[in-house]
Design a protein around this ligand. Structure first.
Ligand code: NAD
Length: 292
């Protein structure tokens, strides 16, 4: 790459559009054979961002022909009532995916609720069984943001095998599962976190950088190795209301082979992979006899 060139944009919106188009065809084929995939979302309380996320998920489902239902519960809902709802959804054969929108209001404990979800319906891939399957390299439902990140890297035909990948952030939601997915694809993976001693040096060695921290522009453009692929998962709001990622975008793009924008990179892919997981869960659970 010459200095006048810039890394290509890993356009999450465009890839999401393409993948959703393919998924729509698959859903039509399922519906024609009597199987309409269904996603049930549980929303407790009035958290404004959660309301928006849930609305977006519902709209995306409807556009593709996935049946979607939102269960809205009061902030004061007792833990036992929330858990009973999950048990009921587990028993309902028309429910293929169950998603509990986080965070839950104060006073409710998310952990036992997530563990109650039938792993076969756990479209967020956060159940311990599914996390364990991922660690063991076995099939199961996998978390949406890591899947979306991998799909973005694959979209440019990049060969992950044997490359050095650095994952910044070690959450159960993003950092740890994306590191496992990279490892499955034969990358040599380093995980960095808040106690990492020399983040610049670690990132500087990486052919693939995944940043999932939640700290604006923590990863500097000058750290990025020439020709690296950079996936910025972070979404941070500036004082002026605009969004910025965990990576310094412009400087990084000058060095990178490819880089995701924020917004418009990983974000649209996360919902797409939720739709994908819902269809996958439906096929695995009740579509064995179908022709898709
Ligand atoms: P988290 O807070 O659970 O985890 C953050 C991680 O960053 C921790 O493991 C911590 O060790 C690490 N960290 C903190 N400070 C660090 C430092 N100085 N150097 C290196 N590592 C450091 O966050 P999360 O849920 O993994 O989310 C991370 C970011 O990704 C957030 O901005 C979140 O909004 C965003 N996110 C985006 C999507 C999407 O669809 N685009 C989905 C999930 C999360």
């Amino acid at each position: 790459m010459t200095s006048a060139e810039q890394g290509v944009l890993l356009d999450g919106k465009a890839l999401a559009r393409k993948m959703r188009g393919e998924l729509r065809g698959e859903i039509e084929a399922l519906v024609a054979q009597g199987l309409t995939p269904g996603l049930d979302v549980v929303l407790v309380g009035e958290d404004p961002p959660s309301q928006i996320y849930v609305r977006n998920k519902q709209r995306s489902c409807e556009r593709l022909g996935i049946r979607s239902r939102v269960h809205r519960l009061e902030t004061t809902t007792p833990q036992s009532e929330l858990e009973q709802l999950i048990r009921d959804l587990n028993q309902d054969d028309e429910v293929d995916g169950i998603l509990v929108q986080l965070p839950l209001p104060k006073g409710l404990d998310a952990k036992p609720v997530l563990e109650l979800i039938d792993p076969a319906k756990d479209v967020d891939g956060l159940h311990l069984i599914n996390q364990g399957r991922l660690l063991a390299g076995e099939e199961g439902l996998q978390p949406c943001t890591p899947l979306g990140s991998m799909a973005l890297i694959d979209s440019i035909g990049y060969d992950i095998s044997g490359k050095k990948a650095v994952v910044v952030g070690r959450s159960n939601l993003v950092g740890k599962p994306v590191a496992q997915l990279l490892l499955q694809r034969n990358a040599t993976v380093t995980m960095c976190h808040s106690r990492t001693q020399d983040l610049a040096a670690e990132v500087g060695q990486a052919d693939i950088v995944i940043a999932a921290v939640g700290y604006p522009e923590l990863v500097k453009g000058s750290w990025i190795k020439e020709g690296a692929v950079v996936v910025d998962v972070g979404i941070n709001r500036r004082d002026d209301g605009s969004l910025v990622g965990d990576v310094e975008f412009e400087e990084s793009q000058k060095r990178a082979l490819a880089i995701t924008p924020v917004p418009g990179g990983v974000g649209p892919m996360t919902i797409t992979m939720l739709l994908y997981n819902t269809v996958d869960a439906a096929k695995r659970r009740r579509g064995a006899h179908l022709n898709v």
